[in-house]
Write a protein that binds this ligand. Structure first.
Ligand SMILES: O=C(O)[C@@H](CO)OP(=O)(O)O
Ligand SMILES: [Mg+2]
Length: 427
């Protein structure tokens, strides 16, 4: 099962921007592919997505340099390697690149190759990807975090907060998490239409709002929950991604829609107030990735009843996660393959999170593809949570639906524990 050849192509993501597709062919003719996602509200500590030309001019530049690196450097170096030794393959990618943040070859180049190798190995063994990645140990279906309203960088700053999401706490099955959230999603559409606030869909499929403040979305969300026939705080809870690095200028946090600004400690007060006022179960990036004091204080105060997720704070980077664990900055880590650039490093980040008694949340990017790799990754690692944006866009549905297929494939081995997960962090 050795690698014979690796090729790469430019395709387009869900925003219509260029991205990388890789195809690996083994000596026995078996193939595997990997399609690379792309973020918009990227963290400053992420591995580098290599694009052609001056990045400041236009963010959706072509990716031919990354493709040339795959064809010219990575393919010859990996040729003949055993495809089933993903650690060795990913180790070779890291070594070849030689930088801290994959800036020489590009994390979009290394990740595409790493994903395609994992798929080719699973295909060669004749097992589903989740079985291959999880060595047969992955059986836990995720509790979903699903976006109802989009904002921030994903909706041209219609509101300052990036994601208003729902977690179906009362769901007894994976399928029920979809059904409950689906009902609320459509109810939210009705509520917004009724208020004359419906203008379309944001980048991840959530409603693109025309709200007058950052608190109006809470009202709409809670009204939608009621309209759909559920009780907030019991059947479902609110989850937020504040993406606060985008709101912070190094000294103050700005909510432009409200015309307000806050010192870090005032913003921390506001986040705590929101957690008291609304049925919030989970909050991601409530503070900037450099504002450690606020993270620490917030986690100390609400971390026993609210999941505190670091996304830009950790960027799926082992050293940053380790620092977070040592200093108790959060209790959960958002996991994104392209923030670090190989499958093995991503899985190591999940393992470290779990060993610390924290919860991983496997996540898509705002620019996605038709690849459902992360559905397999979530089940393979028993991560327990999956965040893919919203419904109503096929690059999202392909992931939600893939978990249904995995569930069927697991048969009686499939497990779902739902909100019981949170006992791990809430005690
Ligand atoms: O911030 C996030 O969590 C992601 C996905 O919602 O956004 P982006 O891919 O733009 O970084
Ligand atoms: Mg985020």
């Amino acid at each position: 099962m050795n690698i014979q050849s690796i090729d790469a192509f430019q395709i387009y993501d869900s925003r219509g921007f260029p991205t990388v597709e890789v195809e690996v062919t083994l000596e026995n003719g078996v193939t595997g592919s990997g399609l690379v996602p792309s973020g918009a509200s990227t963290g400053q500590f992420e591995a580098l997505e290599l694009r052609d030309g001056d990045k400041s001019v236009f963010r959706g530049k072509s990716v031919f340099k990354a493709i040339a690196n795959i064809r010219g450097e990575i393919a010859p170096a990996l040729q003949g390697m055993a495809v089933t030794d993903l650690k060795a393959i990913d180790g070779k990618l890291v070594e070849l690149d030689g930088t801290e943040n994959k800036s020489r070859l590009g994390a979009n180049a290394t990740l595409g190759v790493s994903m395609a190798c994992a798929r080719a190995a699973a295909n060669a063994r004749g097992v589903p990807l989740y079985e291959y990645l999880g060595k047969g140990q992955g059986t836990l279906l995720p509790l979903n975090e699903i976006q109802i309203l989009g904002g921030g960088a994903h909706a041209d700053w219609a509101i300052d907060i990036q994601d208003f999401l729902i977690i179906a706490m009362g769901a007894k099955t994976y399928e029920e998490t979809l059904e409950m959230t689906f009902n609320i999603y459509h109810a939210a559409g009705e509520v917004m239409k009724g208020r004359g606030k419906s203008v379309g869909l944001a980048d991840e499929g959530g409603w693109w709002p025309a709200f007058d403040s950052n608190e109006e979305p809470f009202e709409v969300l809670l009204e939608a929950v009621r309209l759909a026939g559920y009780e907030a705080g019991k059947d479902v809870a609110i989850s937020l991604d504040i993406a606060a690095s985008d709101l912070y200028d190094g000294e103050r946090y700005h909510l432009k829609k409200d015309g307000t600004s806050f010192t870090p400690s005032e913003f921390c007060d506001l986040m705590i107030e929101w957690c008291e006022k609304y049925p919030i179960i989970s909050i991601e990036d409530p503070f900037a990735d450099t504002d450690f004091d606020s993270w620490k204080r917030f986690t100390e105060e609400v971390g026993k009843r609210v999941q505190v997720i670091g996304d830009d704070l950790f960027t799926t980077n082992i050293a940053r996660i380790e620092n977070g664990i040592d200093n108790q900055l959060a209790n959960s880590v958002l996991i994104k393959l392209n923030q670090i650039g190989t499958v093995s490093e991503t899985m190591a980040a999940i393992e470290m999170t779990q060993k610390a008694g924290w919860l991983p949340v496997v996540s898509a990017r705002s620019g996605e593809t038709e690849d459902a790799f992360i559905a397999h990754l979530a089940v393979a690692t028993n991560a327990g949570q999956l965040k893919v944006g919203s419904f109503a866009r096929s690059e999202r549905m392909v992931k939600w639906n893939e978990v249904l297929r995995i569930e069927r494939s697991l048969g009686k081995r499939a497990r779902f524990v739902g909100a019981e997960l949170y006992q791990t962090i809430f005690g």
